[in-house]
Design a protein around this ligand. Sequence first.
Ligand code: GDD
Ligand code: MG
Length: 369
Amino acid sequence: MWCCELKALILAGGYATRLRPLSYALPKLLFPVCGRPVLERTIEHLSSFGVDEAILAVNYLADQLREHFGEEYHGVKIRYSLEPTPLGTGGPIAFARRYYESERLLAMNGDILAEIDLGAMSRLHESNEALATVALHEVDDPTPFGVVRLDERSKIREFVEKPKLADAPSRLVNAGAYLLEPGAVDRIPKGRKVIIEREVFPALAGEGRLSGYVHSGTWFDIGNISDFRNANFTLLESEASGKAIVGKDAQISKSAKLDFPAIVGDHATVEDGAILGPLTIVGRRARVRRNARVARSILFDDSEIGSESSVEGAVIGNSATIGGGVVIHRGSVIAGHAYIHDKVRLAHDVYVHPYKEVDEDIASPGHVV
Ligand code: GDD
Ligand code: MG
């Protein structure tokens, strides 16, 4: 699949407000999709096309990304470009220029999961002699995205960021991956916050210098909790259809029951009598204690579900602890390092913030801060 000597720049900053409360303590690129951080999957994909260096444009919670990926991951050299203040989606590309100087760059939003054919995209970029090429994907509702009008020669004639439905020129949206020539990077104003989708792409489209490569395969955006769940469950149904995938050194008691599809991560433990699934993902080193029942839920790494507890349709953050005999209903989100005491019952759609201890029942939906 090797295609091109390319450096990649991955936008990995921003506050991920739509993923709160989970994102207060965990950068969104470390959010797991079927048990593995979205950025691990992206770097592996880039590596399969010959990308050998990735620049992570970071700010908020940068240390966790640095700790996770270090200097190299999956044969790809990792560099970190730390912005003094968040510079938007274009500013970080200009700010990191010293790392790629005058080479063509693949720039990407870090919060998408997409198996884009970079070889085909590069060929289109070259044959159109584009200054920049944007990967596109067709969706039902284009309004939360950048939306384009594409002509028959794959040139983007119009680019509108987050339009009203009536103003959307099509249902083809910016999939969040760009090939940029140095001349396109030159168009990003330096030294300030720049939203590339508002300040640069519309202008390039107007000049006929922006191409669009339609990607029709897998594409997920994990930018809010509902899309994050959807990415996990859709991929789970395809990766673990009719089975359970069990990671390295995971320990599953013989008396535990797994309903498919399910994934149990490396070094996780599922104790006697526990019932998991359907549609359940257990993170690395997570523990599901005796007789616990977990369905339609995502458990992040190092979380724990106490014995006799029942968790249905929830997201449990990294290192969160759910005590024994707890009941958690659909739509609830327990952020990282939170602690739910024994026998507590939570209503549906309760959002518990990181490091919070809950020692009494919560009877109605809302945030526990
Ligand atoms: N380094 C850095 N600094 N990264 C940032 C900053 C910042 O100040 N702000 C946002 N990012 C990163 C986010 O982490 C994300 O990976 C990417 O830039 C895009 O920002 P979002 O805030 O997630 O944008 P969006 O989802 O509303 O819209 C973008 O993505 C859509 C596709 O998912 C746009 O590019 C749309 O046009 C596109 O359709
Ligand atoms: Mg996004």
